[in-house]
Design a protein around this ligand. Structure first.
Ligand code: NAP
Length: 263
């Protein structure tokens, strides 16, 4: 396939490596200059100007910008430069937000596939086998093109999960958002490994380390553009208070007992 990538940050570069290995032809465009990175990866063209990417006759345009910048990036997309029907795909870690924005602005003849690879440069370092890949065929008419794209992931052994963007956002708020939030809290606490780490604690340190490698733009995007995340933040706070309260009640009981024994 000919794939044009918009937004060539860490996650886009990670995906591009496997796509190139599979023999796809990649071009890229981004706000910053990635011409050297592209040369290094064996990508023939890096365009500073999105119009040149849109004119370059792609089968698919893959949107890999940050969640927070999506609206602005999409607004500046020169759709009139498209030479033919193009499949638009996004990989943002929230799904209702890009679906809504893209459905508003995409040309009527462009298909839309909303996806979320549930892994990144860390977890997918040694291959993508058994890692989850979520997708929603939001507006697909060219079935062949859509399945060629999905094959990039299925052929690497990903667990292919088709679900609606809404269902994704509900589940991701309860899983990924909580993981990132706990990771950030542990990082605020400057939690570090000790010589007497338990297995459980080692896992917590790992959560802290992997989540803090992601940009703060990504983390805040998970909160701002997933309508189910606010609820989760509130239940986290509530659960913390309840847990603290249970301990304090128990502490009080113990203190009362020792007071009685003392007298
Ligand atoms: P990110 O911080 O979420 O996004 C970085 C990308 O956004 C870069 O391409 C950057 O362009 C672009 N960008 C940021 N602000 C911009 C602005 N104002 N105008 C234009 N472009 C802007 O980091 P990421 O980890 O590479 O993630 C990219 C996307 O993939 C995100 O939507 C994320 O949710 C999704 N995703 C990430 C992972 C992961 O493990 N990292 C996994 C699944 C999905 P420049 O670099 O050119 O400045």
């Amino acid at each position: 396939m000919k794939i044009g990538i918009v937004g060539f940050g860490p996650f886009a570069q990670f995906l591009a490596k496997t796509m190139i290995k599979q023999g796809h032809s990649i071009t890229a465009s981004s706000r910053s200059d990635y011409s050297e990175v592209c040369k290094h990866l064996g990508i023939a063209s890096f365009y500073r100007d999105m119009a040149a990417l849109f004119e370059s006759d792609n089968d698919a345009i893959l949107i890999c910008t940050s969640i927070l910048s999506l609206k602005q990036v999409v607004k500046s997309m020169p759709f009139h430069c498209l030479r033919r029907q193009t499949l638009f795909v996004d990989v943002l870690s929230v799904k209702e937000h890009p679906r809504d924005i893209l459905l508003q602005v995409l040309p009527e003849d462009s298909d839309l596939l909303c996806t979320h690879p549930m892994f990144g440069p860390e977890s997918g370092r040694d291959g993508w086998k058994d890692l989850a890949f979520m997708y929603d065929r939001v507006r697909i008419r060219d079935e062949a093109l859509c399945s060629s794209f999905l094959q990039i992931f299925s052929s690497e052994g990903c667990r292919m999960l088709e679900m609606t963007c809404e269902e994704h956002d509900k589940q991701a708020a309860r899983s990924q958002f909580i993981t990132h939030t706990i990771g950030r809290i542990l990082s605020e606490m400057e939690v570090e490994s000790t010589p007497i780490d338990t297995r459980g604690f080692q896992k917590l340190v790992q959560v802290k380390e992997t989540t803090s490698k992601h940009s703060f733009d990504l983390f805040s995007g998970l909160f701002i553009h997933n309508r189910f995340a606010r609820q989760q933040m509130e239940s986290l706070e509530l659960a913390f208070e309840k847990t603290k309260q249970k301990l304090q009640e128990r502490l009080k009981e113990e203190q009362d007992i020792s007071m009685i024994n003392h007298h």
